[in-house]
Ligand binder design. Sequence first.
Ligand SMILES: [Zn+2]
Ligand SMILES: [Zn+2]
Length: 510
Amino acid sequence: MGTRLFFHCSGRDLPDPAHPAFDSFVVSGNLITQVGFGLERHSAWKDLPRTDLGGAVVLPAFADSHVHFLQTGLTFLGCRLDEATSLDDVCDRLRHHAARHADDWILAWNLDETMLREKRLPTVAEIDRAVPDRRVWISRVDLHSAIPNSAAVRWAQQVHPTATLHHDYYYRDDYVILFSRLMRDLPRAMKERALELARRWCLGRGITTVHALEGGWAATNDDVELVADFLARPGFHGVVYHQSEDPALARRRGWPRLGGCLMVDGSFGSRTAALSAPYADDPTTSGVIYRDETHLDRLVSLCADHGLQLAMHAIGDVAIDRLVAAYRAGVRRYGSRALGHRIEHFELPTPTAIAGAAEAGARLAVQPAFEVLWGGPAAMYARRLGPERARRTNPFRTLRAHGLALAGGSDSPVTPLDPFLGIHGFVNHPTPEERLSLAEALTAFIVAPHAFAGEERLRGHLQPGFIADFVCLRRDPCQVPADQLRTLRVDRVFVGGQEVPPDHFQEEPA
Ligand SMILES: [Zn+2]
Ligand SMILES: [Zn+2]
């Protein structure tokens, strides 16, 4: 690897990204050893091999604290429906995909009916008309429900005879059982290709670290190890959160953590997030609790016994209350051994839960792109929750004011792997009082994730002793109008001081 001088840049570091902290730096092996101004003219470094960064703004590379990595790669191999605008459009995309791929299954992803003109999911009969002869499985964007065609219903009746369609989709436990069965049976070569696509997509967006939330109901332990081995290769960095209640694999692999999207409740999109009052657009339901208090207490003790950090998914106010209560009880019982657990999403907390989470030293892994897609008076949150509750979703500024640590993430494939979309979401929250500053937003996507995984002394800053993962930008984020942050792109990406060749970026789904 050797030693190399990088110069001619406007280097920024956090917490103050607005002012240049250096214009040149030295990387030895994969570590930064020196930062400063005019190092290229200094006798100690002037003869080193050098890279001219062309005046670019340089930032530490991005980290995404919540990615379903294998799942994300699989969506790039399937039929993505993110951009679909109507039911006809959905059917056209399915037909087009089926014509180009000979697989038994047509796996379609990221359908969000709230973005369709008709504001409803397709029916089984409608999908049958588009693709009659092969099995079709359309995952809703939140990965909490799915719509099959008749061929897929026949398969479901064989593998899980008690599965029943709710309207025309599978949800709750039936969805979980069927989806995990479907994922398990996909060929290994397909999964390997999927991982490479996900890695390339990350690199193209300046993400060099992911927290990969894998396994559990969505995959087998073999799949989790496949992901872990893939992420251990040089040129990219990932830490694995095993979404399981069994710590055996985490212990064997030496991962000091357990969980991920280990669900306390479901999601707003599928009306399964657990609410204290019914859904505004379906008063017959208030959502589902998948794990009750006893269950959560048991998981907290298990993690205390094994010295593991725990990460759990909680979205609705009732689910968050229960999880916070379990974390607080854990701290009372086990002291520092129960500190620093994660709560994923934390979308609709009550003031009491916010104070309780702070008291329990909980860390919040949040997804600000949710507000870009579903926040505000006319989108999905308002539809499902009604206007009053929709004004209280994702209260980022309030959480910070309580001293809670926030790490940014995408929940990919739920929202795209794109830190600038997340940063945009933090800074442009539809509720103005809940907006973060750009510096706070960058911190959440650059520094905080590493602290959540205990890697804060190695990653997230451009200072001596830190890993030389950095990105070059042509535009200075501090000079870009807030409402255009999502248009930013990285220009060059370096991992451990090595430039990622641009042909290793995945720009469009395969
Ligand atoms: Zn989740
Ligand atoms: Zn998730």
